[in-house]
Design a protein around this ligand. Structure first.
Ligand code: FAD
Length: 480
C-alpha cells in the first residue's frame, strides 16, 4: 500500500535529456514532490574508461524547449553553430551546402554530456525535485504505481511508489517494457543493417579546429558514410555508419575490417584520405570504441491511464539521420508540459505531514486526460519523423554527392528566396521550424513533385528554371 507522500509523488525514470527537461518543466508548474531516478552515477566521467565526447545537432524544436525550461542561454555558451554541410569527396575535395537560403539560420553542435549536465544542474536547483543516482529501476507495476530501485554500487534493493510515473529511460526503457506486459500494448523494433562507431579528430595547435568549424562534415561513400561534428575544445567527434556484415564477400563492413589494425588503417586511407591524415588515434579508437546498432522503436499507447507515460526515446527511438531524436524528445516534454499546464492549477494543495511543506495533490483523472491529449498530438508526428529519418539515411549515404540531388537542393534555395513563406523545403520545416513532423512529411512529398516537374536532368542550369511554372505549381499543389 502506498504511503501518503507517495500518493502525491511524480516519479521520473531516467535523468537523461528528456528526464531532466521534464523535471524542470514540471517544477516550473509548481509540482514539488518529484523523484528522479537515474541508473548512472552523478559523475559519469568517473565511470568511463575513455571519456568520449559525443555530440548532437540541436535545432528549433529542442531550442524551443530549452528556452521554456530557461536553459537556452546557458546552452549557447557550450554550443557551436553549424550553418551547413561540408561534403568531402573521395578525392579529398570539399563542397559546402548551406542548410538554409537564410544564412542567419543554423543548427548547433552540442556535447550530449555537457548539455545533460547543464539541464541536470538546473533541475537540481528547482524546489521539490529529488535526484537519486546509481539507481536502476526495475519491476514496475504501473497500474499500482510501484517499482523497485537497485543501487548499482551496493546492490541494495528498495521499493518505491508514485501516483504517476514518467518513463524517460531511453530506447531500451524499463517503463516501456513493463507496459508491453499489459493487454493490447503494441510494440515493434527494427534495426538498420548498419551500425555506428564513434571516432575522433583531435584539436589542432592552441585548440584550433582542423576542419571548417561551423559545419557538419559528411564523407558519403554510397554504402557507408562518416560524419563529424565540432566540439568546443577544437576536436571533432566522427561517427562512421557502416554495415555490420557486408552482403557480399567484397563489400566493406565492420565484420570485414574486424579488429585488424592494417585493414582499418588502409580502409580510412582509401575512403577518407583527408580525414585519415588528422586522425592519429584512429586504429586505437576503432578497436576500443563499441560498435552500436541503430534502432527504430514504436509502441502504442504511450500511457497507462493517468498512472504512467513515456517521453523521448522510451516512446519512439528513431535513427539519427535527421538529427532529431533529442529534438523530438524535447518537443514531447514541451507538449506534455502544455497538456498538464491546462489543468495544473486545478489541483488541490495540502500540507505534507512529514515536511510540513505545501504539496500539490495529484489527481490521476486529470493526468489521464493530459496523457491522452499528449499522445494524440505526438504519436503521428513521431511516426513521421521515424520514417523520414530512415529515408534520410539513404539520402545522405547515396545521394549527397549525386549531381541531380545537389541541383535540387540549390533549386530549393532559389524557390525559398523567390517565394518566401510559400515554398519551404522539408529540411527547413524539420530543422528550423516547429511545424508538426507529419505536416513536414506531407509538404515534403509535394515539394518533390514540384522539383521533379521543374528539373531537366540533362540540363542542370538554375538560370533555365521556368519560374512561372514554379509559381503555378506552388499555387496549385501547395495552396500558397
Ligand atoms: P536517453 O538520452 O537515452 O536518456 C535515458 C536516461 O535514462 C539515461 O540517462 C539512462 O542512463 C537512464 N536509464 C535508462 N534505463 C534506466 C533505468 N532502468 N533506471 C534508471 N535510469 C535509467 N538526436 C538529435 O536530436 N540530434 C542528433 O544529432 C542526434 N545524433 C545522434 C547520433 C547517434 C549516433 C545516436 C545513437 C543518437 C542521436 N540522437 C540525436 C538521438 C538522441 O541521442 C536521443 O534521441 C536522445 O538522447 C533521447 O533522449 P532521452 O532522454 O529520451 O533518452
Amino acid at each position: 500500500k502506498m504511503i501518503d507522500n507517495e500518493q502525491n509523488k511524480i516519479a521520473i525514470i531516467g535523468a537523461g535529456l528528456a528526464g531532466c527537461a521534464m523535471a524542470v518543466l514540471l517544477a516550473k508548474q509548481g509540482f514539488n514532490n518529484i523523484d528522479v531516478f537515474e541508473k548512472r552515477p552523478l559523475d559519469v566521467s568517473k565511470n568511463q574508461q575513455r571519456a568520449r565526447s559525443i555530440n548532437l545537432a540541436l535545432s528549433a524544436r529542442g531550442i524551443a524547449t530549452l528556452q521554456e525550461a530557461g536553459v537556452m542561454e546557458d546552452t549557447e555558451k557550450i554550443a557551436i553553430p553549424m550553418k551547413g554541410r561540408m561534403i568531402h569527396t573521395l578525392e579529398g575535395a570539399s563542397n559546402y551546402q548551406a542548410y538554409s537560403s537564410d544564412t542567419s539560420k543554423h543548427l548547433y553542435s552540442i556535447s550530449r554530456q555537457l548539455l545533460n549536465e547543464r539541464l541536470r544542474t538546473h533541475a537540481m536547483q528547482c524546489r521539490g525535485l529529488n535526484f537519486y543516482f546509481d539507481k536502476q529501476i526495475r519491476n514496475l507495476d504501473l497500474k499500482r504505481g510501484q517499482f523497485q530501485s537497485v543501487d548499482n554500487a551496493t546492490g541494495e534493493t528498495l521499493s518505491h511508489g508514485a501516483a504517476t510515473v514518467i518513463g524517460a529511460d531511453g530506447a531500451f526503457s524499463a517503463v516501456r517494457q513493463s507496459m508491453t506486459k499489459l493487454d493490447r500494448q503494441e510494440y515493434s523494433q527494427s534495426f538498420l543493417e548498419h551500425g555506428y562507431k564513434e571516432l575522433s579528430i583531435p584539436a589542432g595547435p592552441n585548440g584550433t579546429h582542423l576542419l571548417e568549424k561551423n559545419c557538419l562534415h559528411i564523407w558519403p561513400r554510397r554504402s557507408f558514410m562518416m560524419i563529424a561534428l565540432p566540439n568546443i575544445d577544437g576536436s571533432f567527434t566522427c561517427t562512421l555508419f557502416f554495415a555490420f556484415d557486408g552482403e557480399e564477400e567484397k563489400e566493406e563492413s565492420f565484420a570485414k575490417l574486424g579488429n585488424d589494425p592494417k585493414k582499418i588503417d588502409q580502409f580510412f586511407r582509401d575512403f577518407f584520405p583527408d580525414a585519415h591524415k588528422i586522425m592519429p588515434t584512429l586504429v586505437e579508437d576503432f578497436i576500443e570504441n563499441p560498435t552500436s546498432s541503430l534502432v527504430t522503436v514504436k509502441t502504442s499507447p504511450w500511457h497507462v491511464d493517468g498512472k504512467a507515460v513515456l517521453v523521448g526515446d522510451a516512446a519512439h527511438a528513431i535513427v539519427p539521420f535527421y538529427g532529431q531524436g533529442m529534438n523530438a524528445a524535447f518537443e514531447d516534454c514541451l507538449d506534455l508540459y502544455h497538456c498538464i499546464k491546462d489543468f495544473a492549477n486545478k489541483h488541490e494543495h495540502h500540507q505534507d505531514v512529514t515536511t510540513g511543506h505545501d504539496q500539490v495533490k495529484i489527481d490521476t483523472n486529470l493526468w489521464k486526460k493530459a496523457y491522452q491529449l499528449y499522445q494524440l498530438h505526438r504519436k503521428a508526428n513521431s511516426d513521421a519523423i521515424a520514417e523520414m529519418a530512415v529515408e534520410n539515411f539513404y539520402e545522405m549515404r547515396d545521394h549527397v554527392a549525386d549531381p541531380i540531388f545537389l541541383f535540387k537542393k540549390k533549386l530549393e534555395h532559389l524557390l525559398e528566396d523567390t517565394y518566401p513563406g510559400r515554398y519551404i523545403s522539408r529540411y527547413e520545416l524539420i530543422s528550423f521550424s516547429c511545424v508538426p513532423y507529419a505536416d513536414a512529411q506531407r509538404i515534403g512529398i509535394i515539394n518533390q513533385q514540384i522539383l521533379s516537374n521543374l528539373v531537366n536532368p540533362n540540363d542542370l542550369d538554375l538560370s533555365k528554371i521556368d519560374l512561372k511554372l514554379a509559381d503555378k505549381l506552388i499555387k496549385e499543389l501547395l495552396n500558397k
